[in-house]
Design a protein around this ligand. Sequence first.
Ligand SMILES: *[C@@H]1O[C@H](CO)[C@@H](O)[C@H](O)[C@H]1NC(C)=O
Ligand SMILES: *[C@@H]1O[C@H](CO)[C@@H](O)[C@H](O)[C@H]1NC(C)=O
Ligand SMILES: *[C@@H]1O[C@H](CO)[C@@H](O)[C@H](O)[C@H]1NC(C)=O
Ligand SMILES: *[C@@H]1O[C@H](CO)[C@@H](O)[C@H](O)[C@H]1NC(C)=O
Length: 353
Amino acid sequence: MGFEMRVYGWIAMTILVIFLYPCLCLDKTNRRSCNIYEGSWVYDESYPLYDSLKCPHIRGEFNCLKYGRVDKQYLKYRWQPSNCNLPRFDGKSFLKKFKGKQIMFIGDSLSLNQWQSLICLLHSAVPQATIIQQGGNHPIKNYTFQDYGVSIILFHSNFLVDIEVKKIGRVLKLDSIKHGNLWKNMDVLVFNTWLWWYRKQLSDYIQIGNKIVKDMDRTKAYKIGLTTWANWVNTEVDTNRTKVLFQGISPMHYNGTQWQKPGVTNCAKETTPINRPSSSLRLPPASYVLQSMLQKVKKPIQLFNITALSELRKDGHPSFHNIFHGIDCTHWCVGGVPVPDTWNELLYASIKN
Ligand SMILES: *[C@@H]1O[C@H](CO)[C@@H](O)[C@H](O)[C@H]1NC(C)=O
Ligand SMILES: *[C@@H]1O[C@H](CO)[C@@H](O)[C@H](O)[C@H]1NC(C)=O
Ligand SMILES: *[C@@H]1O[C@H](CO)[C@@H](O)[C@H](O)[C@H]1NC(C)=O
Ligand SMILES: *[C@@H]1O[C@H](CO)[C@@H](O)[C@H](O)[C@H]1NC(C)=O
């Protein structure tokens, strides 16, 4: 190479570095500040991630394909954050990354929904792997991928605080969390509670301290329950060891006004997402209650902020395609990449570092 060539080479290199450098920085800051929960659903031919009919672990409530759902387009949407890309879910690297760890979902049937989805996502990556199933009954289901030593655990708890059966009936104890000692030994905790706080079926009385009342304002009760939970995290959980996430409220689709079809009272005819940016949506009022309560936690926890992105998926629910054939626009179809699979992609993105 002649001298001139070398000089030009260096000049070219310098120019390249000068121009590339700010881009690299930008890319880094983008990644750091990227809100993965803000974005839109994009049609992607390469989805779904797996065939849900091949997952032997799906419960009848969520098995939409098995129970007659024929439209398939809902399986072909991928969540695209506005300012960065999500890595495609990779079950094998998930299992390697979390070798020897226990991940626990604690909450109502929406936690069950997400737990199911994660089991199927992982199973589809390693279909031959042995899964040890423990405690098929209430309240714990513990599925361990034996070769990797990874346990994916569900702890069913509708309120996080306790329900006790007494002579007078079922009492919701707003200031007591008796299973906390089991939870706090986990490596990752994903909490969720909301579905039952505004209904009366599961509790006959409410107790705070020594006081028992027949009923009270439900938003107030929800706040007290979440405060108990926040205090428990503050005093009991070592967040250096245990990563704590709280799942945002999972929206339902029983009111067509949400998607500009007033008068529609369920999701049965919906086959595509709402085509609007997530930032334009009005969130369920309880999600503001939840966000303000989470600020009482002094330790580093994350809001697993799936409310808005899920709100767009009016097409993601089982509707009549479930084992009971009753309308369900509350839970989500498991399989491929409808909503709970995406929750798990986001979960992976938020806990892997
Ligand atoms: C889950 O099962 C694994 C494998 O048997 C076990 O090591 C682990 O302690 C169990 N975890 C819980 C919370 O039951
Ligand atoms: C967690 O880590 C921080 C920083 O390393 C340390 O200051 C704190 O004492 C640790 N907390 C516990 C409970 O070990
Ligand atoms: C649906 O939502 C709108 C707007 O929030 C409300 O005015 C309407 O009463 C709701 N309809 C039903 C059936 O709850
Ligand atoms: C959660 O997402 C909603 C909607 O995108 C947003 O308004 C809210 O600020 C987010 N909350 C937090 C704590 O980031």
